[in-house]
Design a binder for this molecule. Structure first.
Ligand SMILES: NC(=O)c1ccc[n+]([C@@H]2O[C@H](COP(=O)([O-])OP(=O)(O)OC[C@H]3O[C@@H](n4cnc5c(N)ncnc54)[C@H](OP(=O)(O)O)[C@@H]3O)[C@@H](O)[C@H]2O)c1
Length: 232
């Protein structure tokens, strides 16, 4: 009798792959991992005979090339998890989440929404996952992903720079954390009314004072926001 197949081969060992494998561990879902740091290409061929489907969690720019080089003859589903990429013959499921340096807990993983071409394709490939799924057309993915980057990654770039300077001024991290947290909470509760500060009040004198106080790179960002907000 033929041995039952392992459901997934997870390719890669970066942030997203590590979180997905941790989620599978918490759910008791069987998988094997292949990554180029630890395993040979001979081992990859062996892995491919043992699994039903392949999940590619590698750098976006390597996905198509990896499929073409190693998975052309594989008969199961091949999926990637990029928010922006469309590759013929590879299914795509984008978790709308940031995967930080620490793992999350099971209730949190189960809440993460996935963008997919259709809900059925997600449920078909991951019958044991209860995650919410929303549908995203391939042609809308470039804009969708640009919005993910701007709304999720850009604030962190701004925070990195501002927090370093708050630190130099001796402002406690807790004070800044409480301020940022309440900004997000208020925005989520009342998106149209939560903005405060000189731009919301159209206080040109304070805006000028702010601009004069800032180092040059942060000043140019502040100016870009003033211009953007004026057009709003
Ligand atoms: N991180 C997130 O928050 C997040 C969220 C949603 C979706 N994603 C998606 O998840 C995927 C992986 O992203 P990530 O953030 O986990 O990236 P990452 O932490 O930079 O890890 C990238 C992985 O890809 C491997 N890799 C790169 N080029 C390869 C190649 N030519 N052949 C084989 N393996 C290769 C790397 O191996 P080496 O270590 O050997 O270089 C590493 O294991 C991407 O499609 C990304 O869009 C990520």
């Amino acid at each position: 009798m033929e041995k039952a197949k392992i459901p997934y081969l997870v390719i890669g060992a970066g942030r997203a792959a590590s979180h997905l494998m941790h989620y599978f561990d918490l759910k008791g879902i069987d998988y094997i991992n292949w990554n180029r740091k630890e395993h040979s290409f001979q081992a990859l061929d062996e892995c491919l005979t043992q699994v039903s489907d392949v999940l590619l969690l590698i750098r976006d720019s390597a996905i198509k090339e990896f499929r073409d080089a190693h998975l052309k003859d594989f008969k199961g589903v091949v999926a990637h998890f990029s928010g922006s990429l469309n590759v013929d013959g590879i299914a795509s499921f984008h978790p709308l989440m940031t995967f930080g340096p620490e793992f999350y807990d099971l209730p949190f993983y189960e809440k993460i929404h996935f963008a997919a071409a259709s809900k059925e394709t997600f449920r078909g490939l991951f019958p044991q996952l209860p995650n919410p799924v929303f549908e995203m057309k391939a042609s809308d993915k470039p804009l969708y992903h640009a919005l993910c980057v701007m709304s999720g990654n850009f604030p962190q770039i701004l925070w990195q720079s501002c927090l370093a300077r708050f630190d130099e001024l001796g402002v406690p991290k807790d004070a800044v954390a409480l301020y940022l947290q309440k900004n997000l909470e208020n925005f989520m509760e009342h998106p149209g009314q939560s903005l405060t500060g000189p731009l919301a009040r159209n206080d040109q004198i304070t805006i000028e004072t702010n601009l004069k106080a800032l180092p040059v790179r942060l000043r140019s960002l502040y100016e870009a926001f003033v211009t953007f907000f004026a057009k709003d």
